[in-house]
Design a protein around this ligand. Sequence first.
Ligand SMILES: [Mn+2]
Length: 336
Amino acid sequence: MHSIIRTKKHNSVGGLKSRQTHTYRTRDTPNADPKKAGLNRLLFGHTEYAQIAQKILDEYAQKHKIRENAVVAIEYLLSASPEFFEHGATYENSEKLRDWCTAQIDFLKEKHGERNILCMYLHMDEKTPHIEAYVVPIDHRGKLNCRGFLGGSKKMTELQTDYANAMGKFGLTRGVQGSPATHTTVKQFYALIEGRNRISNASVEKAVTLEKPKVTEMLSIDKFMEDQQKKVRKNVIDLFKGIVHESKLIPLAKKIIKNYEKEQKDMEREKFQHGKELKSLKKQLDAQARAIEIAEELREENTRLKDMLEKAVKMIQQLEQKINPPKPPKKNELTR
Ligand SMILES: [Mn+2]
């Protein structure tokens, strides 16, 4: 079993902000199992590590110039061979994990100083448990100095050796010589530890899950179903892209198809249900439309009546005038 340490340099706080979406699963993380997400946790430092980094760098910039393109943060991935986390009884494993986590914190505190550690976050929901750690590379002289930690292959070899030595008490040995961390980006690391199981049950489920139609989509349910089928097909193809040659994936592929067929049956049932709902919805709509029509008619009727009434009043007034023309004063009295 090997100890695994990988590094990545960040030139901007923006890079850290983007990492936070991975750390906290606020962006789509297909290789993470949502059922295990509750086991992820902050081990040391701050949740909002990008913000803290900004604060530290702002303070630093008051006294020193920060070189353009300087490495402002180092990201560490700390892990071990998968068997290390799986071997033994559950209670033994959880105790082992706890001790291992403490050892990681001690290692980074020793290397970077407590104050420069932004965040150490444990991920339990990916293929292999690992810690993502973020530090500001300020050295013992108080200078932003990534080279002092990761500069050159000698430093990288040293890092691998130091780390393996620190993890020796867990029965972990140094990984393969001659594969320096500088050549292994974080992405490659992920491919390494998670690639084998990139098609997790969760991602299969996700790929074949049909969406529930919205009310507007219910009005054309066949079109909706067709779109859903297209989506599922695309999801499945994406899922298998580049790894179809692995024979062990065939049972998974069968499972996908089975799941999908089941989903389709459910959808058929729902389609029937929606058919009924649709009918009652149409009824309601019709009733409403009719009510509006009636109201409209009444309004028109009202207007018409009002017009007629006004006309009638006018006619009556005119009639009255004809029948009883206004009396000329006095004159009438004299003729009478
Ligand atoms: Mn992770």
